[in-house]
Design a protein around this ligand. Structure first.
Ligand code: MG
Length: 325
């Protein structure tokens, strides 16, 4: 089901966003474009004619994509299927291999400063690092003597520390962990300056979720995916100034009119990519919406890969689209 007007850069199944045909079924008529332009500056980020490839479509709830060449390509979690998989690096990656199963309902993944995989576990209520021999080192499982809620997503900070969010989804959603009462009085953003040491960075969010730093390390973006306790911050992407290793007072980068923001990534020029109900929304660092890469169903998270490729985890599927260099 190739559409002749659409340049096929990637292997796999090329989809029009709104015209999801499903694997093996032909779309009726020309596919709708997956790139929706709100601002002409989007064309410098992604070709408005770019197609979306589906590399994998057998997950239950794919999350935490992370470009990890040392582990074989694109690592991602399937939270509900309780495993971590890896897709090969090529345009036709084939069947994913298993990195870890069971995986404590793993969610977000990132690499630390030495390229080691760091994983947030719902069921384990901890953040772990995978060592070269496959063993796990616990980086964080408690704060102030009490269990974490359910670490959701993590990022390597400009300070070399792992920063992570700790909403309660992994102890409230039946298929995503084990039900439990939270021991923490808040859902915070934390940082891990060294294994076993956990510092609280902010507690103003109701359900902090995705997080990413600006290229200069002076802004931390965090998705608020709950109904915020903070009247400014419900269903929004917040931007915190990072000052001397602390977070200053936030501003609202963007508010969503529908759905909730989940994973966040920032490109080398500072554009903010947010996984949302209708795909990946792309914002200028001043908050101007530039446009969107539509996904067939809710997008959960993203990863930048090699050669300008953006990988998108969206429900049961992993998609890819080529960005401009
Ligand atoms: Mg998340």
């Amino acid at each position: 089901m190739l559409h002749p007007h659409r340049r096929t850069v990637l292997g796999g199944l090329i989809l029009g966003g709104a015209a999801l045909a499903g694997a093996g079924r032909a779309a009726a008529g020309p596919a709708a474009p997956v790139v929706r332009v709100d601002d002409p500056r989007l064309a410098a980020i992604v070709d408005p004619e770019a197609g979306l490839a589906t590399l994998y479509a057998e997950g239950r709830w794919c999350e935490g994509p992370c470009w990890a060449p040392a582990l074989g390509g694109l690592v991602f979690s399937d939270v509900k299927a309780d495993r971590i998989l890896v897709l090969g690096p090529g345009p036709a990656p084939g069947r994913p291999a298993t990195v870890r199963a069971p995986a404590h309902n793993a969610n977000g993944n990132t690499l630390d400063g030495q390229g080691r995989l760091v994983t947030c576990e719902h069921r384990g209520r901890r953040v772990v690092r995978r060592e070269a021999d496959g063993g796990l080192t616990v980086l964080a499982d408690a704060y102030d003597g009490r269990k974490l809620n359910s670490p959701n997503d993590a990022v390597l900070g400009p300070d070399g520390a792992i920063w992570f969010t700790d909403p309660v989804y992994g102890i409230t959603e039946p298929e995503e962990g084990i039900q439990a009462e939270p021991e923490q009085a808040a859902r915070r953003v934390y940082r891990i300056p060294e294994p076993g040491r956990v510092e609280a960075m902010t507690d103003v969010l109701d359900q902090p979720n995705g997080l990413a730093f600006a290229p200069d390390g002076r802004t931390l973006y965090v998705s608020e995916s709950g109904a915020s306790l903070n009247p400014e911050g419900g269903r929004a992407i917040l931007a915190f100034p990072v000052e001397d290793g602390r977070l200053g007072r936030h501003r609202v980068l963007a508010e969503l009119e529908a759905g909730v923001p989940d994973g966040l990534k920032v490109d080398a020029r500072g554009h903010v990519f947010a996984a949302c109900i209708d795909g990946v929304r792309i914002y200028h660092p001043d908050g101007t919406p530039l446009g969107r890469i539509a996904t067939p169903v809710t997008a959960a998270n993203m990863a930048f890969g090699a050669k300008g490729r953006l990988y998108i985890a969206a429900s049961h599927a992993i998609h890819a689209i080529d960005l401009k260099a």
